[in-house]
Design a protein. Structure first.
Length: 89
């Protein structure tokens, strides 16, 4: 059983198409991996920023700081014990 030259040419063409498809899929895979690495770095950077912002928020909202600002900027102070009134239902 001999293959005609057309069959051989067709097989060679199919092999070349298959080879180019493998090359293209490898290239796509590498590009997607680079993109994944970039996005993972962004996630890590955002996690670090989130932690920093949480620390900053906790320092800005500490009770001592709020009490100090209430006293200095707003002129507020804690009432004396005899001025406190408790309301019961």
């Amino acid at each position: 059983m001999k293959l005609s030259s057309v069959s051989v040419a067709l097989l060679i063409l199919l092999v070349l198409i298959s080879a180019f498809a493998v090359i293209y899929s490898q290239h796509q895979s590498r590009q997607l991996f680079v993109q994944l690495q970039t996005l993972q770095k962004q996630v890590d950077d955002l996690d670090i920023e989130w932690g920093r912002l949480q620390l900053e928020q906790s320092s800005w909202s500490s009770h001592g700081r709020i009490e100090k600002i209430a006293g200095t900027k707003l002129g507020m102070s804690l009432p004396q014990a005899d001025k406190v009134v408790f309301i019961k239902e």
